[in-house]
Design a protein around this ligand. Sequence first.
Ligand SMILES: [Zn+2]
Length: 330
Amino acid sequence: MNAYDPQAIELHRSSFVFDGHCDTLGEALAPPPQGRDLLERSDKGHLDLPRMREGGINAQIFACFPGAERLNACPTSAALRRLEVFYDLLRRAPDQLTLVKTADDLAALTPDGPIGGILSLEGVEALAGSMSLLHTFHRLGVRNIGLTWNPRNAAADGVDVGSDFGLTPFGRELVAACNDLGIMVDVSHLNPAGVADVLEVSSKPIIASHSNAKALWDHRRNLSDEQIRGIAAKGGVIGATFVSHFLNPNFREASLEDLLDHIDHLVQVAGIDHVGIGSDFDGCVPPPELDSGEKYPAITQGLLRRGYAPEDIRKILGENFRRVFLEVLP
Ligand SMILES: [Zn+2]
């Protein structure tokens, strides 16, 4: 068992914890034993509803990450199948999970009530270049859109492309439509020119749901200080992420302390009101101190030991993400 300081546990339990990113829906595409039933506590993967509860998570962004399926199947159906996993959980456990579609839904979440799920697309391949499908996914409850994963798509180039191209005309139209519909625009995975364009085009705050600081480790998925300042100036939030490969040049040595170093840097550059947490659970290899949902209080304990004030820790754990979603959601 993990033994955390009583003060850390008390602060963590009384905080609103909002996790900006997980790929957990993909874990339940197949029935057990190939897949997992997310209502059951498992020792496989990182998250399920019991472990979210143990970790004190109150709101969670669930990404539809098509993964390898994008190479050999229809990305639209890959996203729809993940949304169906979420809706199946809602049907079976309405007392444990609720869908957040509006600011009122988010504001209504309570520490002991159901966990609020926010549905997200990671990359817009599922839209097949169609604004009409954006409206369909909006009707299905999607309220966060990561414009790209690592490759190029109809909206923009991801960080793997290595181009200087920003948003395409479709990408610009998409950002404007997301602003109008109350869908958060998420720039994690987007190339630098794309991030600059989103900062210019978006009329609303934006987020980087799971990204760390390039100043500490010059990885293509990490954000420059200029990008961090730009997102903060727009009122947005950067979710520090547990991905070992983004935490430490030697990913095998990545630790909780590395995550805290990235949070320190993000706070110094962006300000305390613009930093959150986006675990990337079930989408990454996290450090051992953070390799399962119930270990979330380790962050609270680490921040306390580094001298953060309790009210500032609450902002990082979830109040900042909550604020920006209350502002953007319809
Ligand atoms: Zn990702």
